[in-house]
Write a protein that binds this ligand. Structure first.
Ligand code: PRP
Ligand code: URA
Length: 210
């Protein structure tokens, strides 16, 4: 697999991104947009799923066609904000299992703090998509993926809505085997390690906590 990060330039994604960035967008619409962007990204992130041939009977007779084969999927949102992307994935892959990893950034050090991990029992047999809307310093994503690899998982993709160059570099250098999907690559981090221009605090905007 070519693991160069994939940055989306699809018009639908760019349009929805402008709406989520807008500070006037309230929590209900923000949640809907994050879910819709995740669903559009999932279409691309599942492009390499393997297929197997099947025979079905259409009302007109037999058809030789294809269905998804092989390994099963799991998605793992990083709490809290990653939860906003889960529905978009499950809309397209309803059979995917869902694990949860709880990580928050310490406000002073900006380093990730792990507080929860519950993954499907058979996670090492699955292709895993890690979900988090924001890739800022990259600390949270690097740790979350490390926790999943510790369970024996070998096939991992990471999907975020907005990445900063610093986070992308950190993730690529720590986990070069992980294919990264970002809806947008922004300019930089500010002194508090927030993405500029970004969209603010994703968790607070999804859950209305500020
Ligand atoms: C946000 C975001 C990521 C992390 C990104 O979570 O959802 O998990 O920050 O920053 P990083 O790349 O510098 O690690 P936050 O710490 O705000 O937790 P929350 O979702 O529970 O609010
Ligand atoms: N977490 C967020 O929610 N937003 C940022 O810009 C950076 C980290």
């Amino acid at each position: 697999m070519d693991n160069k990060p994939i940055i989306f330039n699809h018009p639908l994604i760019q349009h929805k991104l402008s709406l989520v960035r807008d500070k006037r967008t309230g929590s209900k619409e923000f949640r809907e947009l994050i879910s819709e962007i995740a669903m559009l990204m999932c279409y691309e992130a599942t492009r390499d799923l393997s297929l197997e041939e099947v025979n079905v009977e259409t009302p007109m007779g037999p058809a030789h066609t294809k269905v998804i084969a092989g390994r099963k999927l799991a998605c793992v949102p990083v709490l809290r904000a990653g939860l906003g992307m889960v529905d978009g994935i499950l809309n397209l892959i309803p059979a995917a299992k869902v694990g949860h990893i709880g990580i928050y950034r310490d406000h002073e050090t900006h380093r990730p703090v792990e507080y929860y991990c519950k993954l499907p029992a058979d996670i090492q047999e699955r292709d895993v998509i890690v979900l988090d809307p924001m890739l800022a310093t990259g600390g949270s994503a690097v740790d979350a993926i490390g926790m999943i690899k510790d369970k024996g998982v070998t096939s991992i993709k990471f999907m975020c809505i907005i990445a900063a160059p610093e986070g992308l570099r950190a993730l690529v250098s720590n986990h070069p085997d992980v294919q990264i999907y970002c809806a947008a690559l922004d300019e930089r981090l500010d002194e508090n390690k927030y993405i500029i221009p970004g969209l603010g605090d994703a968790g607070d905007r999804i859950f209305g906590t500020k």
